[in-house]
Design a protein around this ligand. Sequence first.
Ligand SMILES: *Cc1c(COP(=O)(O)O)cnc(C)c1O
Ligand code: SF4
Length: 454
Amino acid sequence: MTRQESVWDASPSLKSYTLSNFRQLPQIQELPEETRTEMEVVGHVLPFKANNYVVEQLIDWDNIPNDPMYVLTFPQKGMLRPEHYAKMEAALAEGSKEGINSAANEIRLQLNPHPAGQMELNVPTLRDGTKLYGMQHKYRETCLFFPSQSQTCHAYCSFCFRWPQFVGMDEMKFAMQEGEQLVRYVSEHPEITDVLFTGGDPMIMKAKIFSKYVDALIESRIPNLKTIRIGTKALAYWPYKFLTDPDSQEMLDVFKRITDAGLHLAFMSHFNHTSELRTDAVRAAITEVRNTGAQIRTQSPVLAHINDDADMWAQMWKMQTELGCIPYYMFVVRDTGAQHYFGIPLVRAYEIFIRAYSSLSGLARTVRGPSMSATPGKVQVAGTLVINGQKAILLKFLQGRNPDWVREPFLAKYDENAIWLDDLRPMYSEKFFFEDELERLRAPKTPQNPSSQN
Ligand SMILES: *Cc1c(COP(=O)(O)O)cnc(C)c1O
Ligand code: SF4
């Protein structure tokens, strides 16, 4: 399949901006020195990377400091709590490399780098006992695969919950070199239908490397494997990956091999704002990806300072549907990193969701949320209600560590300040119905209790 002759007379090459060179940007030079200094303080704790496409085509530089794409990619002072900000500011003034690093690490450890039990609970094991740190298997049907070459992204989102991977907290890095172990694990687990490539962003990989993993899966013809998912932000941050990069056609050919093999290719695409859907490049890239037979599903958290606006969500889901994408998840910002900056109350997230959702055609009401990816599972805020004069929040599992949990809607006391599941209290009991079982699942694996972790 050859690509249509298109408007791309130039093949832009990716130019990254990080702490070491962001001051070269003319747009940044126009900002007050104070702002650049703040970026440096925050950027020494949380990951920071932008690129030429984000800077030139997504950010509206006439709308600083409020532009959503600017807040999404450039560090803002409020992303660190005042005491953490002061600590890093002092370390930078002091100027010793060691002092800066140790301040950074002390602060990071206070930002809950491991939300949702990812390290202790989700690590799968092969039958021969090999632990697969480059995989996670939390929900029965879907396992996550973190190729070692995809541990970065085309730019970094300031809210990202994978942030420890990008700032060199190496022991917290999930990664795997071996496609062969992936094939073995999926073969040993007939309940797995979906393999989700994730990272970082797997679409940072060269087509040659990505195809090694994919071809291993295709060629092994594992009967239970039905779907390959790719969790990516490349359409939003670097659409040229599918248009003009040297390996763009090769990458599209890999996608085509997946669909030709009869597998479903689900492109799980992160879009946080309508700004990311307006450029010629993203629209052309969506067309190219869809032409391979892939389905594009979309997801994003709801974020203060970026997209806490029902009209924006309604418009975003409508635009996606027009472009042939399927709105899939609205998430709640996780309890890690800069949650205090991006988090909004759960009842407000629900208001935004339901206002936007109720304005959509049924075709776009494929979206679910707002959903918290918490230790027990994906918990949806499904509504608010009044029972015998008492306000309550209705919750349900969209995914559970125990799949049966999705059958039981449950109630929490109404709390207009709660921003995460841990902030909520059960309506009528001491504990939520799943808590005792979750405790047992968390118990360390012992010979008497061999399958306690998944
Ligand atoms: C969200 C998620 C999945 C996929 O869940 P779906 O509801 O099938 O999209 C798989 N594993 C983990 C750890 C997840 O957070
Ligand atoms: S693209 Fe995804 S993994 Fe990368 S920084 Fe953004 S949210 Fe994190």
